[in-house]
Design a protein around this ligand. Structure first.
Ligand code: UDX
Length: 439
């Protein structure tokens, strides 16, 4: 099939490459010439394990091209995927729809033949219906243009796997105007459907809400265990052992029960806020007030980490703090709303010299927090430090042994913000090890 994908960010670039991997002829569309130039050269503009190989393989096979031309995209295919960002609006909880709207405003007037636009971005419920109206009004093909919603559930770090082997596919279609969206989606994802991936067809609003509620549930699960971590800290219990024990109950499950400095990134924090804002607009704000608490608990973990660093140093003024990890999670170079960088920034504001090292996110961190000091290795960041903070659980940090940092860290004090190291091992080597929610 011929397919276009609008947007070449984390979601769009992955979808573009993976649709080509499924054997389709794909045209990736973006307004940013710098990103397009990189992608055309087979280079992914961000770090995502395995994506570059898929990109290069499909460019070489002639199935994958990129363009800035909406006209070329409109002429190329009748199936268009929309994967642009929906960031949080400045000073508000609501999501900013300007990128999504702009794709429809620019593309629709060029659609002279019937087409289906599949939205993938996380949007406030009601968006798909609104975009459908907009597209039908603007397109010369009129009612021949459909908007359907096919939310994306991929995780950064596992984007290729999650796209090619998803837990489920969800498609929201306009029930009031039965069209070709379901048939075309079945063709696009034929290979996945052959592999018996569950395929759920819903109305538009349900599909949009599936995504918002999945992210709200995941955020709630993390804040739940972090709230319990606070109680563990107050009572001397161990949240990691507790999480293992409750996680054995299949109704609860062990995944997403890792207590630490909480969730960040380009999705969970802004998506729960946008969800609350949209519920408010719909008059259902009471239903989601608990998400406000989920957000509060999450932000409190960052403050707690700063407090622990201060306790360890006596005062942060003039202290030297090593921060290992800047990305919002391992296997990603994404620093959007990263708890690690937020903690590093707060500590610096309180007068400490902060030295940061991250295996992949250095460039993005420098751009976002230019005033922090950056090192070329974990060891270099720890040189002369009063305390070491492990804030992203990269494999490289989990593999650190106490001897590796022995000479560098004056006080042999380490705070593990992700509970990813073995306390016994560090304590046995004479370190003052501190985890979050652990005695
Ligand atoms: C998330 C959703 O998982 C994904 O389905 C959706 O499509 C986009 O948002 P992502 O943002 O890539 O994906 O990261 P995820 O793996 O969900 O982690 C989010 C944050 O939660 C990270 O900061 C991570 O460190 C934190 N986290 C995760 C915890 O603090 N504890 C956990 O147990 C799990």
């Amino acid at each position: 099939m011929r397919i276009t994908v609008f947007g070449t960010g984390y979601l769009g670039a992955t979808h573009t490459a993976c649709m080509a991997e499924l054997g389709h002829e794909v045209l990736g569309v973006d307004v940013d010439p710098a990103k397009l130039a990189k992608l055309e050269a087979g280079e992914v503009p961000f770090w995502e394990p395995g994506l570059e190989e898929v990109l290069q393989r499909n460019i070489a096979a002639g199935r994958l091209r990129f363009t800035a031309s909406y006209q070329a995209a409109a002429d190329f295919a009748e199936v268009h995927f929309l994967g642009v960002g929906t960031p949080q609006k400045k000073g508000e909880f609501a999501a900013d729809m300007k990128f999504v709207d702009s794709v429809i405003e620019t593309l629709a007037p060029l659609l002279t033949k019937p087409a289906v636009i599949f939205g993938k971005s996380t949007v406030p419920v009601g968006t798909a219906e609104r975009l459908g109206r907009m597209a039908r009004e603007l397109a010369p093909a009129g009612d021949g243009v459909e908007v359907a919603w096919n939310p994306e559930f991929l995780r950064e770090g596992y984007a290729v796997k999650d796209t090619l082997h998803p837990d489920r596919l969800v498609l929201g279609v306009d029930r009031a105007r039965p069209g070709r969206a379901e048939a075309l989606a079945r063709e696009v994802y034929a290979q996945l459907l052959d592999e018996k991936i569950p395929f759920l067809v819903t109305d538009l609003a349900t599909a949009e809400l599936v995504k918002a509620s999945a992210n709200a549930f995941l955020a709630t699960k993390i804040s739940f265990i972090n709230a319990i971590a606070e109680v563990c800290e107050a009572s001397g219990a161990d949240v990691t052992v507790l999480a293992d024990a409750i996680g054995h109950d299949e109704r609860i499950g062990r995944k997403f029960l890792n207590a630490g400095i909480g969730f960040g990134g380009g999705c969970l924090p802004k998506d729960i806020r946008a969800f609350m804002a949209r519920a408010g607009e719909l008059g259902a704000d009471q239903a989601l007030t608990f998400l406000r608490e989920v957000d509060n608990i999450n932000m409190r973990r960052r403050t707690r980490m700063v407090e622990l660093a201060r306790e360890a140093c006596g005062s942060l003024l003039g202290a030297r703090v090593a921060v290992l990890g800047a990305a919002f999670k391992p296997d990603s170079d994404d620093v959007r709303d990263s708890p690690a960088l937020n903690v590093a920034g707060q500590i610096q504001l309180q007068g400490a010299a902060v030295n940061v090292y991250d295996p992949k996110a250095m460039e993005n961190s420098r751009a976002l927090f230019p005033t922090l000091t950056y090192s070329n290795s974990a060891l270099e960041a720890c040189e002369g430090a009063d305390v070491v903070l492990v804030l992203t659980e990269w494999k490289e940090f989990k593999a650190l042994a106490p001897e590796d940092l022995e000479g560098a860290v004056r006080s042999k004090t380490l705070i593990d913000g992700r509970n990813c190291l073995d306390p016994e091992q560090w304590r046995a080597a004479g370190w003052n090890y501190r985890g979050l929610g652990r005695p």
